[in-house]
Design a protein around this ligand. Sequence first.
Ligand code: SF4
Length: 312
Amino acid sequence: MPKPEFWNNSKRYYDFKSFLINELGCKVYKLQIDAGFTCPNRDGTIGTGGCIYCNSRFSELRQQGTLPSVSEQIRNGKNLYARMRGAKKFIAYFQTATNTYAPYEKLKTFYDEALAQDDIIGIAVGTRPDCVPDDVIDLFEEYAHNYHVWLEYGLQSIHDETLNFINRGHDAKTFIDAVNRTAGKNINICVHIIVGLPGETREDIIETARVVSSLPIQGIKIHLLLALKETVLGSLYQQGKIRMPTKEEYINTVCDVLEILPPHMVIQRLTADGYRDIFLAPEWGKNKMDVLNSIDKELKKRDSWQGIKFNR
Ligand code: SF4
């Protein structure tokens, strides 16, 4: 399969920036919002302790004290992006913790507040696939009449054995059900997966990518597994009970995954970053630009691109 022309980019995958320009006709920036949500996998509703790689402190903003309102966070973010990059249009991104974990009316109040701000042309909401009742999905369908809408589902792996080990608190079936209930409603669906989870082989990760490729999903975030301080995974790493992926393993696996994803699937993320002060491993993962450049280099070396092996 030749590299798709509709990407209108010079990359070997369909990056989010190009997608937004193609879809919306201008550069659009995501503004991160912490609305103070918690997580049912921490408070005992679904589980306690959370996913084994998750540090419970949530956003930097939350650590500083009382959270500013949603509109204030948007104003601050807009000013910053406008100063730094001349940005004019934005997507309100409810990023921290489980952003559908509240009663319907409370959720609607938060989302409505965000969408009422000037220059906000869309909304993106990160959540768990076991935390999206039908009425909440219907609310996003309503928003999609007038806004660009993304629902981001954390999956991490399609293998229940892995999901159990990392204490996700849901299985693969629950994810597939959430995707099927969301599909066909003009809502863009993004899935998060992690490369490097303990016990997973390259074939396991490819299998996750194959299942994701077969579903009505429009975008993907591929994360590098990070071992952080004060997490179960961090302790396992410090005790020598698990090993982190090497850079070569990561780059090769990400390129393998990209090759089998559908060409239309937007790549929103290809590594992980942040957490400098609690970072344990892998050391090479700290250099995000190097990871991205290495992925580009590997794809070039293979004379390959996203989707070249889709459906093969
Ligand atoms: S679902 Fe998200 S917020 Fe909740 S424990 Fe897992 S990673 Fe942390």
